[in-house]
Write a protein that binds this ligand. Sequence first.
Ligand code: TYM
Length: 337
Amino acid sequence: MNEATEKKKVIFSAVKPTGALTLGSYAGALKNWIAMQNAYECFYCVADMHSITVRLTPADFRKNTIEMLAMYLALGVDPEKCTLFVQSHVPAHAELSWVLNCNTLYGEAKRMTQFKEKSKKDPDNVNVGLFDYPVLMAADILLYQAEFVPVGQDQKQHVELARNIAQRFNGRYSPTFVLPEPVMPEYGAKIYGLQDPLSKMSKSDGNPNDCVYLADDADTIMRKFKAAVTDSGTAIKYDSAAKPGVSNLLTVYSVFSGVAVEKAEKEFEGCGYAEFKKRVGEAVCEFLRPVQSEYRRLLADKAYINSVMKNGAEKASRVARRTLSKVYRKVGFIALE
Ligand code: TYM
């Protein structure tokens, strides 16, 4: 690390490969990841350890992990500018998470909205990992001394928990961790389903027409947008309470075309819903065309993908080990001479 990079503030973020990346993950998180690469020291990760709180077929899971990494690269996450790695390749994540478990209150973990929702959705698999998941996430963030964590709205509470855990640890021992804060886009922090514009578009559950994947082909994308639910009335105006369907589509359009929402409203003045939905679909397809061709090229280049994973794991491990050693020393573990 030279002096210039040392001064840069640190960013950490991750996506879990329980399924393929969606428009939502790009809008809420990845778009910011890419924008932040130049000005910050960024650590971006495929959070495979977070994925096994749900039951996955190992072969599909392996494929998802590689595909997610290839999609990060195709979107523009640049391993020359940031540290890009797979979580399970860096054992310090699991190691720190145990220490943090012992500095997290049962009551505060129990309050996590996502834990409550996921427990309700799959009552037969409320495993301890699902409960502990936000603590592993805190370990991810705190290992790299990240100041900013670009995420969508649903992860904000987890980043706040990471901050509380860090604060508690710093107070109990001595200043050790940087206190992280979430970074969210003004528009796109929560992209809603195309069939149900009142609930989050999600990669791992729900109706497949509700969710658009970044790897979907153009016909599928157009079909999903044409079938998107809109609202009563005819105006194409951003009003998330009165017009959740239209507002969600305007947000998607803005994220993928780069046109500000206010400008997009003007662009679509007098336009019918059918034409509007078609144009939103087209903007997404246009953005994704070069991304998908790069994605296919990268997936065929196994040697390159392996080298990215290997270099990333080495770089991330060096930084993570430094924090972990400090933590071990502070809690009183004996270092081997
Ligand atoms: P995950 O994999 O559910 O989602 C990845 C990122 O995408 C955002 N996101 C969305 N944003 C807007 N609209 C949506 N519909 C939408 N769906 C997903 C999420 O908010 C997230 O930023 N636990 C995390 C992964 C993780 C992590 C971390 C994140 C592991 N360790 C450390 C930050 C820091 C998760 O399951 O995200």
